[in-house]
Design a protein around this ligand. Sequence first.
Ligand code: NDP
Length: 419
Amino acid sequence: MSRLLIIGCGGVASVAIAKCCQNSDVFDEICIASRTVSKCEAVAAKWQPLTKTKITTAAVDAEDVPALTKLINDYKPDAVLNVALPYQDLTIMDACLAAGVHYIDTANYEPEDTDDPEWRKIYEKRCKDLGFSAYFDYSWQWAYEDKFKNAGLTALLGTGFDPGVTSVFAAYAKKHYFDTIDTIDILDCNGGDHGYAFATNFNPEINLREVSAPGSYMENGKWVEVPAMSIKREYDFPQVGMKDMYLLHHEEIEALGRNMPEVKRIRFFMTFGQSYLDHMRCLEDVGMLSTTPIKFEGRDIVPIQFLKALLPDPATLGPRTKGKTNIGCIFTGKKDGKEKKIFIYNVCDHEECYKEVGSQAISYTTGVPAMIGAMMVVTGKWQKPGVFTTDEFDPDPYMEALNKWGLPWVVDENPVLVD
Ligand code: NDP
């Protein structure tokens, strides 16, 4: 029995909340706290009649550490699940430390204002030292290691699908299939169609920042950076079919690169249709993806935030989206001196997700692992003092939970490799 404080009430949170409500034996009480409390109240009203979990709500600005600390102290949760935005990661971690509770999230820290000179100085040094230029990286949260360790608290970072499940797949492959892993290719395929010419499947600002940035991968412990969308492959995804996919920078490359240094190459590919890429290129060319405020009729506006207001809300894509996602990892390496390769993946159907929880598969594939990560921490299965990613614990209970809570996985022992 435990009490969870959930921060944020968007697309991913809605699924995590629905799943906590299905899992009342573990989560007998949840509090949904977000900036816009009316959204929390609407979600609570939807699920409360269907669950034994007691749901309460609260308004909070997660960037206001004293206010958030007070909320945590008043509610006394066993852990805080951050499904707000990556911008709030550090302030929520600070509040968890101040109140003495465990912390869980699905995406690593990135600043909202990438023109902040203080942040920029550190960022530019990191770009030079490490060789990748993404705005997000783990250094900010790994810097909390001693604080969480000394407080005897667990911070579990990145328990969505990717990152999250993909890193659990890596730990599972290492534990059960390989003596050494040589390469990891993480493949994220969305074969869904929502019928709009252009829309993003999760928060547009975070999504567009990610995919318009240079791609990068890790080879022999070093980052190799390439222009955005410059490495393209085709792959025939089980249950989805042939898709174009592009190499992107992604969080788990950094964590796996650190935690599994023997792996010689780690890459991440995501599928995109031509229409998505054409729209994105055009928006980028005209400056609509910029995070730098411009003056418009006397007001400061941030182009990418204005674009977000124009695009369909990802939460509304659920009823329109048909098709499946296939997300997983291809591993190559050696077992008992022999070459070995496996593909561990999950296939998720957009329409079935919508039927079950009222969300499309992108929110579903993130919200279910968010609940599972929180469950691992509050039940003590994954608890140790410090700051960890999902590859740093025993993968078995998490893998079992994926099968039980809606994301069953498959191991293909003879997959086609990506060249
Ligand atoms: P949404 O934009 O749908 O929801 C974000 C929520 O956070 C909203 O409810 C918003 O409130 C709330 N919020 C924003 N700022 C604050 C604040 N200062 N204080 C309190 N609440 C705040 O995002 P998604 O649900 O699409 O994404 C949630 C997270 O999941 C993101 O961090 C994203 O990067 C991550 N993600 C991870 C994936 C993975 O596989 N690991 C995949 C997809 C997403 P309001 O309604 O007022 O705006």
